[in-house]
Structures are given as C-alpha cells and as structure tokens.
Design a protein around this ligand. Structure first.
Ligand code: 1GP
Length: 231
C-alpha cells in the first residue's frame, strides 16, 4: 500500500454509527483509502468492530492511533499523530512513550508513520484536548511543517481543521512552501461538504480527508470522491 498516492480519503470514527449500507457506499466509492480515527470515545472494541466491517471490502485502511487502548492489529498502516502545536505537555510525547513502553517489542515499525499535525480549529475536540495554539498564520504553519519534515523526519503533515472549513489562503501559502521544500505529503481535513470546497482543497493538499459529512449527508460525501478525482 502506498498512502503517498492517496488523493482522497474518508475518515471514519469508530465512536459514530454508520449503517452497513452507507459503509458499503463509502468503501465502494472509489476513494483511495479509509483512515479510522476519532478524538473521543475510541476503544479497542469499537475500532476492531469497524475494521472487521471495512475488511469486507478491498479498500486500504489506516488506523490513526488516538489512544493506546485502541491500538488494533490488522490495519494496513498506522498513523501516529504528533500534534505539533499542542501546548498541553501531557499530549506532546507522553502517550506515545507509554504506548511504546507497553508494545515496543511487537510494534511492526515498518507499518508505522509519525504524522505531524497542525490543529487549526480552536473548537475541535482535538484542539481542546491538546490545548492547541490555533491562532497561527501561514508562516507559523510553515515553520511547524519544516520542523516536522527536517527535524522529526515526518513523511506526512496534516493540516487539521476538523469540523470547520479552513482558511484556504493560509493553507495554499503553506502548501506551496512545502512543495518547494521537498516531498513531504500534505493532508488537509476539515469541514468539507460542498463541491467548491473540494475543488479548493485539492489544489492546496496532496490528500483531501473527508469526515463528518459522511454522517450528515452520505450522498454529498460520496460526491467528494468524484470531485477530487476530476479536479
Ligand atoms: C477530521 O480532518 C478530518 O479529523 C476531517 O474533518 O470531519 O470536518 O470533515 P471533518
């Protein structure tokens, strides 16, 4: 599996209900992959249950590890979130170290990637949990991205506006800078509902991640795949 080639991904939250019918539409939509993750209520049981249901289909599936209790074997790949602009020290590295302490000898390291996150919606659960410093301009975001790429050697950088559509001027500025700088893969996620938002997001990221709309308007969610693939 090569997530570097994903242009579209759906994010499914194990703590949210999705019918078999809607899950089938997501998995057969033509999207490049599914990211399983959520900021709260993610457990081993609801994660393994969702993985089992997704595995009825051929689509690749990545776990965005949200807590160590919810680490489930059997995913194609694992994203380890590193919230670069977190101000709560408890969230910066401690959970990661505790997970490695418990599981370090059995972690399939070749299937694990550290993903640098820049969280930009102050109202998002992840922003509140981590006390993210969200009042950032493009130069700040570029600095976090460069730090992730050159010092942490992250292959992925996630511009996370979860729950709201982002400032596309800021994201474009950052994206153009990252692309001049090297080959770090940029994910954008947040608030995508309408075709024009998809069209904007496609031009400022490598992977467009679509989450909440799955649970609000499945037809609109499915439409985002077509928009990404044709823009
Ligand atoms: C959330 O970035 C994803 O982690 C997608 O955001 O749920 O707002 O689409 P939305």
């Amino acid at each position: 599996m090569d997530e570097h080639k994903w242009s579209h991904a759906f994010k499914l939250d194990p703590d949210k209900y999705i019918s078999d019918e809607d899950l089938e539409r997501i998995c057969e939509s033509g999207s490049d992959g599914i990211i399983v993750g959520g900021s709260s209520g993610v457990t081993f049981d609801n994660t393994i249950d969702l993985l089992g249901r997704i595995r009825r289909y051929a689509i690749p599936c990545v776990l965005e590890v949200s807590n160590r209790e919810a680490i489930v074997p059997g995913f194609d790949h694992y994203y380890i979130p590193f919230v670069l602009n977190a101000q709560n020290p408890e969230w910066i590295i401690e959970p990661h170290v505790q997970a490695v302490k418990e599981l370090g000898t059995i972690i399939p390291w070749q299937d694990v990637s550290l993903v640098g996150y820049c969280v930009l919606n102050p109202k998002a659960t992840v922003a509140r949990m981590t006390d993210s410093r969200t009042s950032l301009d493009a130069e700040d975001v570029i600095a976090y991205g460069r730090f992730a790429q050159h010092l942490l050697h992250c292959s992925y950088f996630y511009i996370e506006y979860s729950g709201t559509f982002g400032d596309m001027d800021l994201v474009r500025h950052a994206y153009q800078s990252f692309k001049k700088d090297g080959d770090m893969h940029i994910l954008y996620g947040g608030g995508i509902k309408y075709p024009d938002q998809v069209q904007q997001a496609v031009t400022v990221s490598d992977t467009v991640v679509v989450g909440n709309i799955i649970y609000e308007d499945i037809r609109a969610a499915i439409q985002t795949v077509k928009e990404v693939k044709t823009t």
